[in-house]
Design a protein around this ligand. Structure first.
Ligand code: T4K
Length: 365
């Protein structure tokens, strides 16, 4: 008998009938894209859920980040980390800006805030830290550094939808926060993304940048692109948002089971939230450091049982072939160390406790 395939993640889906009901009126209105009523409603609902004054929606998280960098007029150098998905670094480089890589801290794999100041030069315009896996950055320290050196901060918040720090929403930190609404994320619109911000002027700038730089049919004051969210995607978001709290709770149940089974195992490190964090259980990374099997051995063993964990985030972005000879990976040793040892285990709302137990017993046996 073939074992059921378990992948690192599996999208949450609203009830089929609910989605059909949500998109029904599009057959009447024939208004399918270009900031239509569903897009606008999703914006309003997300502002309320994420407790942010403004959010602009885009075709995906990557375009959201690229355009956030552009909208803020950043240039020169941006301090960031290489322990992330390709998108973060690519968004900086595609804006013609040099990423300056700061190492990560070994506890929760976010930027090591103690190492930021040494990397600041007269060319530095911003910091783009990544709240990786749902773990939050040292936001207070980053805020203090940014203020001291007059730098902008855009958080790559792709993994932290709904997270709070001591009751304060994650989007309240930095100048902007980019969220990914990709199918594999805690909250999704199939493909999609958003930037949360507090300065109203960016609303119209984002509206132009994502629609060919146009502000009206006959006036094109900016060089823009096409990065709009369609009404069908917004409809998926409206449905998913109604169920988000139960989906996060279901993920939490799987994480609890993992934590119980994998805590206190010699050579296995799991990350636990800092105090006061309301988690969203986005990913479950495990670091094999001195364990009886290497990360790659565990990866293979799971794969042989039809379980597809992922090496998020290996390799680090500063070693990508696209940037050959441009960066020195030795400058971010902790990122290299973790990237060589980390495995992200399957995690999604429908993951059964029996499956978590099976995965853990394959790792532990
Ligand atoms: N910043 C950070 C820190 C990010 O992690 C990401 C995206 C971004 C920025 C950019 O945001 P977006 O532009 O993507 O909105 C996946 C996702 O595509 C990507 O969104 C995500 N991060 C990244 C961490 O994971 P891949 O290349 O691993 O995707 P893929 O196709 O291998 O899918 C992973 C697993 O998900 C599959 O094994 C099966 C499952 N899956 C996937 C898809 C697409 C499904 O069950 N259904 C599906 O439709 O990047």
């Amino acid at each position: 008998m073939e074992l059921t395939k378990i992948t690192v993640t599996r999208p949450s889906m609203p009830p089929y009938e609910e989605f059909i009901e949500e998109i029904k009126d599009l057959w009447e209105s024939r208004w399918l894209t270009h900031t239509g009523p569903k897009h606008q409603e999703l914006e309003r609902r997300l502002c309320s859920y994420l407790e942010t004054p403004f959010i602009s929606l885009f075709s995906n998280g990557h375009m959201a980040l690229e355009l956030a960098i552009e909208a803020m007029g950043l240039s020169g150098e941006i301090i960031t980390t290489p322990f992330t998905f390709a998108s973060t670094t690519q968004a900086i480089v595609r804006n013609g800006i040099r990423p300056v890589f700061c190492d990560i801290n070994p506890e929760n794999y976010t930027i090591d805030a103690e190492k930021i100041e040494a990397l600041i030069t007269e060319k530095t315009s911003a910091i783009i830290p990544v709240h990786v896996y749902g773990n939050v950055c040292d936001v207070d320290k980053i805020d203090a550094i940014a203020k001291k050196h007059s730098l902008k901060v855009i958080y790559d918040a792709a993994h932290v939808f709904g997270v709070k720090i001591n009751g304060r929403p994650i989007a309240a930190y930095g100048d902007m926060s980019m969220f990914s609404f990709h199918a594999t994320k805690v909250f999704h619109t199939v493909e999609g993304g958003g930037v949360a911000f507090r300065e109203e002027k960016y609303r119209s700038i984002f509206a132009m940048l994502r629609q060919f730089g146009q502000s009206s049919e006959e006036y094109v004051p900016m060089v823009g692109t096409n990065a709009k969210m369609t009404e069908i995607h917004a409809a998926m978001g409206l449905c998913n948002l109604r169920h988000i709290d139960e989906e996060i709770a279901k993920r939490g149940k799987a994480v609890k089971a993992y934590r119980e089974l994998l805590s206190n195992v010699k050579g296995i490190r799991i990350s636990l939230p800092r105090q006061g964090i309301k988690e969203n259980y986005a990913y479950f990374p495990v670091v094999f450091d001195g364990y009886k099997y290497s990360r790659d051995e565990v990866f293979e063993r799971l794969r042989n049982s039809n379980i597809f964990a992922r090496k998020y985030f290996y390799p680090t972005t500063n070693t990508f072939a696209a940037y050959k000879d441009k960066f020195r990976a030795e400058e971010t040793p902790t990122a290299q160390y973790i990237a060589d040892r980390v495995l992200t285990l399957p995690l999604y709302a429908d993951l059964k406790t029996e499956d978590v137990e099976r995965i853990c017993s394959l790792i532990l046996q």
